[in-house]
Design a protein around this ligand. Structure first.
Ligand code: ATP
Ligand code: MG
Length: 334
């Protein structure tokens, strides 16, 4: 499988009044053409930061403090402003977590799509552009594309805004699509349609898709591989079926145990304990303070990703991963 994106040992920091937040530490991941790779983890684990670092849209108080990001063989971190402009929106589309904020409030949806198309493609004439606008709006299952094209963002529902943003992203047939919490705020039916659409993109266009969500059901439905992020560190990665059937990291176990099936109304049980503060990251394993498997060593020894299974490249960052695999546990009671 041809490699599309490779993130290697990425570190990201934010400067705040209280000090420096080390939001991503030593994060690595790979994504191939025609592959859907999920990123899961609790709120604050760094999922959006990872996406923003890839498209070089970190907030102004943030910076990449180490590591590399390679896209189609070239180094994104050293790309010039001009190079980035031609990559963003054309070869990489980023559908941000907050669609209302990402859309331009003073332009109609149609005008925003047309702008992207005209910026990046050789489109001959206005009617050709209009045809293409309606085509992408229909592609994301928005009813009455002619009507929607003339609407302003505030005239659409949250779910429609999300799909409008996706339409802008798709309008240039990107090679890499980054979706940040794409199903938040969608009802179950719209969510199912949206996931169908994303799966089609993968097979139809051979696009690579980075799917960021705290919803493991969504990942198990459509992703090929999954990366589990916790407090800025990757704790487990591998094929979705394998990781979900036999998690090799206590955090993944806990996350799975606290996730209701997609569409079910089972209560979500929180994982006891709290994510450590990222301005003073503790020694040893980042999950040790919440972990039922933790020994003294876990609080002092830094752990690397270790191979659990070579065939699917399943890895876990845990001193006790063999015990974890042998002892699938429920979440410890409060
Ligand atoms: P969610 O599921 O809520 O979207 P997330 O996994 O996307 O969470 P991020 O938004 O990437 O998490 O945040 C990761 C960490 O970085 C958090 O501790 C957050 O407070 C911090 N952070 C993000 N952006 C900034 C910023 N501009 N300044 C300071 N800290 C930030
Ligand atoms: Mg986020």
């Amino acid at each position: 499988q041809e490699q599309l994106l490779r993130v290697d040992s990425l570190d990201v920091k934010f400067e705040v009044t209280e000090g420096t937040i080390h939001a991503l530490r030593n994060v690595s991941l790979e994504l191939g053409k025609g592959e859907i790779v999920g990123i899961a983890g609790e709120s604050g684990s760094g999922k959006s930061t990872l996406a923003l670092a890839i498209v070089r849209y970190l907030d102004t108080n943030g910076w990449v403090d180490g590591g590399s990001i390679t896209f189609q063989g070239s180094d994104l971190l050293s790309a010039s402003r001009t190079e980035l402009q031609s990559i963003r929106g054309k070869r990489i589309a980023h559908v941000a977590q907050n669609p209302a904020r990402a859309l331009n409030p003073s332009m109609t949806i149609g005008a925003q799509i047309r702008e992207t198309i005209e910026l990046h493609q050789d489109i001959s004439g206005r009617s050709e552009a209009t045809r293409r606008v309606q085509e992408v709006l229909a592609q994301v299952n928005l009813p009455n594309p002619e009507v929607i094209a003339d609407r302003y963002p505030h005239e659409l529902s949250g779910g429609q805004q999300q799909r409008a943003l996706l339409a802008i992203g798709l309008s240039c047939n990107p090679d890499l699509l980054i979706l940040d919490e794409p199903t938040t705020g969608l009802d179950v039916t719209t969510q199912a349609k949206f996931l169908d659409l994303v799966s089609n993109l993968k097979s139809e266009y051979d696009a690579g898709i980075l799917l960021i969500t705290h919803n493991l059901g969504v990942i198990s439905d459509i992703a090929d591989r999954v990366n589990i992020l916790y407090a800025g560190e990757m704790l487990e990665s591998g094929p979705v079926d394998e990781v979900f059937a036999s998690p090799a990291n206590p955090y993944t176990q806990a996350l799975l145990a606290t996730t209701p099936e997609i569409g079910s109304d089972k209560q979500v049980k929180p994982i006891p304990g709290r994510i450590p503060e990222l301005d003073a990251v503790p020694d040893g394993c980042i999950f040790a303070n919440r972990c039922g498997f933790a020994t003294e060593e876990c609080h002092t020894t830094d752990v690397d990703m270790e191979t659990v299974d070579t065939v699917g490249d399943h890895r876990s960052r845990c001193l006790h991963w063999e015990d974890v695999v042998d002892n699938p546990i429920d979440v410890p009671e409060e």
